[in-house]
Write a protein that binds this ligand. Structure first.
Ligand code: SF4
Length: 102
């Protein structure tokens, strides 16, 4: 019987956690950081922003959103615009999406 109660408690915690992560922006660490760090001028370092992203709980959700919305500027999900373009190019060239030339 105690297993059932523990499972119910676990399910409730998991549901609440997933529900809260659904609105991932509420958990964004950058919300309290200097926005200029996330949108550096050309040639400026992205290190400060990436150091914040590294500790962010919603890094995956943020990156997913940036890719889905084709964000062209700034650091999102710990990646610069250039790194996101490279990731997008690599995923479009992956064997799973390539057609077989033979
Ligand atoms: S991963 Fe970086 S840019 Fe995205 S929400 Fe977190 S701190 Fe902000």
């Amino acid at each position: 019987m105690w297993i059932t109660a523990e499972l119910l408690a676990f399910a409730a915690i998991a549901w609440v956690t997933l529900w809260r992560l659904d609105d991932w922006r509420e958990w964004a660490l950058c919300a309290e950081a200097d926005p200029d760090a996330f949108f550096p001028e050309k040639g400026e370092s992205t290190r400060a922003a990436k150091n914040i992203c590294r500790r962010c709980l919603v890094k995956v959700e943020c990156l997913r959103s940036a890719l889905a919305n084709d964000e062209r500027f700034g650091v999102w999900g710990g990646l610069s615009d250039r790194e996101r373009r490279r990731l997008r190019r690599m995923s479009s060239e992956s064997p799973a999406t390539c057609t077989d030339p033979t």
